[in-house]
Design a binder for this molecule. Structure first.
Ligand code: APR
Length: 237
């Protein structure tokens, strides 16, 4: 398959104006909860009910009526629909706002909040209700092994082979709303640059890796992303 000419990496900042919290901003999730209590395999082994409670609350929040894709998500769907060379959106987000906005060529490298996975049979299922320690797997019937289909710290992100191939073949790499703290995603800009791609950061403020980008624009995603995509589609720089 031909590599997409545009690869977009998104992070929590793109969903902030949809009402979902980021992680490392002063009002972010990691200011209230410790990673090692809720987002590692060890935390789940130690206290699965606590981990379920954390993700159940986030799932209920995501499914709340007021959480909708914002103009930044919609601009990326338009980019995909109107770009002849193809677009791949790689998201670190576990929300479903890109697909709800219309993105189709989408890779959830940190998993999806609206899916569960069984530790026994590995089956992945749609999940809109709370998960519990006692819940039985809808596929194999075993109880006690259900977990959110998300990637925790210390686990391998999903789709890395496809991502590596896309980065090696793209002409444009755009990072949106990500702080550049978490690898391997934080290293994608360097891979794209080595492959000769134009690299652009769109973020509220300079990220950890801002100096690795050839171009940077700062402001809220719902404003700066549609403006940048308009320019890109018109062929301007
Ligand atoms: N528009 C654009 N950018 C924004 C906005 C906004 N409205 N609001 C915040 N930001 C920026 C912040 O300035 C920050 O640089 O978004 C970035 C969010 O960074 P993080 O909270 O670190 O989120 P992210 O980069 O997605 O985190 C990566 O870390 O905890 C893990 O698994 C989690 O996928 C997540 C990963």
């Amino acid at each position: 398959m031909r590599a997409p000419s545009i690869v977009v990496l998104t992070g929590a900042g793109i969903s902030k104006e949809s009402g979902l919290d980021t992680f490392r901003d002063p009002d972010g999730i990691w200011a209230r909860v410790r990673i090692e209590d809720v987002a590692t395999p060890e935390a789940f082994a130690r206290d699965p009910a606590r981990v379920h409670e954390f993700y159940n609350a986030r799932r209920r929040g995501l499914l709340g009526a007021q959480v909708e894709p914002n103009p930044a998500h919609r601009a990326l769907a338009r980019l995909e629909a109107e770009s002849p060379g193809g677009v791949l959106v790689i998201t670190q987000n576990i929300d479903n706002l890109h697909e709800r906005a219309g993105s189709r060529n989408l890779l959830h490298m940190h998993g999806e909040l609206l899916k569960s996975r069984c530790a026994h049979c590995k089956a992945i299922a749609a999940c809109t209700d709370d998960l519990t320690v006692a819940l039985a797997c809808p596929a194999c019937g075993a109880a006690g092994g259900m977990r959110p289909h998300v990637v925790w710290f210390g686990e391998m992100p999903l789709g890395l082979d496809a991502i590596e191939a896309a980065l090696a073949g793209c002409e444009t790499f755009i990072a949106i709303g990500t702080s550049g703290n978490v690898y391997p995603a934080a290293g994608f800009v360097a891979d794209a640059a080595v492959a000769g791609a134009r690299t652009i950061e769109l973020n509220l403020e300079p990220s950890m890796g801002h100096s690795l980008f050839a171009e940077c624009r700062y402001g809220p995603a719902a404003t700066i992303v549609p403006a940048f995509i308009d320019e890109l589609l018109k062929g301007g720089r």
